[in-house]
Write a protein that binds this ligand. Structure first.
Ligand SMILES: [Fe+2]
Length: 285
């Protein structure tokens, strides 16, 4: 049984700050985007700490660029650690990707080449980040639209090797796997079956934009049926995993997102036992 199951949560977004404090919605936890709060004071910080008093939180970063060949940004890590110390989240995460080179930010989460060299590179950097932060981290699979001729293994083999060797955990983004499976023509079930289940600590669920020949990970739609189906498969394979919805554009009301989170709860209740679905917060990672 998982000792790390936080239950069902949402990504905390500015649009909902007021409503969350006012309504105290019936959800188990929030994920916050670290970079939005790596500042001194201000209104967002006020809301963050006020909401933290009522809910467990996890921190999710988007700009660690852990796969880049640029040196690790120690100033960024210092500010991340400060926020971590303030918030005392259940865990922190970032993406298995690179976001820039030679100081130029691509403003995109770019996939890695799936090579031995890239595995060693990422493992060494994750270990240094974990040493600095004093705890294990979660790394998330990104959606992708390109691949590299150099890649000598599948994405899930790459993810397995990196996480096993670095001894970190996985933030398994179900929508990203659906998007990448469509774009690269692989079976998403192979991805699920090829992932080291004992390392999966969190799920992301989101919507996307389907252009027919390709799919873009836009986070601006409701979660579509194929992603819900994949979520059920992921639950069957991984068991109870902390689940949340990411919505970053065309953001609906808090009530609408809570209704969408209820769908996740129903699918999990149909797939897992009641005991498996009891949240466990203590020593989450
Ligand atoms: Fe995600």
């Amino acid at each position: 049984m998982s000792q790390h199951f936080l239950g069902f949560g949402l990504g905390l977004r500015t649009d909902h700050f007021h409503d969350v404090l006012e309504q105290k919605p019936d959800l188990d936890w929030f994920e916050v985007i670290s970079e939005n709060f790596m500042v001194d004071g201000g209104k967002p910080k006020y809301y963050l700490h006020s909401i933290r008093e009522h809910y467990p939180m996890v921190m999710h970063g988007v700009s660690m660029s852990l796969g880049s060949t640029d040196p690790l940004d120690m100033d960024y890590l210092k500010r991340l650690k400060q926020l971590h110390d303030e918030l005392q989240p259940e865990w922190f995460s970032d993406h298995l990707c690179w976001t820039g080179l030679e100081g130029v930010n691509a403003h995109d989460l770019l996939p890695m080449p799936y090579t031995e060299e890239a595995i060693s590179h990422c493992v060494e950097r994750i270990q240094r980040i974990q040493d600095y932060m004093g705890r294990q981290m979660l790394i998330e699979n990104v959606s992708s639209y390109i691949s590299y001729a150099e890649s000598g293994m599948t994405e899930w083999e790459f993810l397995r090797e990196v996480t096993d060797r670095a001894d970190c955990h996985i933030l398994f983004d179900v929508n990203n796997i659906y998007v990448s499976a469509r774009n690269h023509d692989f079976d998403p079930l192979d991805y699920i079956k090829g992932t080291n289940a004992e390392r999966v600590r969190q799920f992301h669920l989101a919507g996307h934009t389907d252009y027919g020949d390709y799919v873009i990970d836009t986070h601006d739609h409701d979660i579509p049926d194929p992603v819900w189906k994949l979520y059920k498969e992921a639950l069957l394979h991984f068991g109870p995993v902390s689940t949340m919805i990411e919505r970053d554009d065309n953001i609906p009301s808090l009530e609408a997102l809570m209704a969408e989170l209820d769908i996740a709860r129903r699918i999990a209740a149909d797939t897992l036992t009641e005991d498996q679905l009891t949240p466990r917060y203590k020593d989450a990672v």
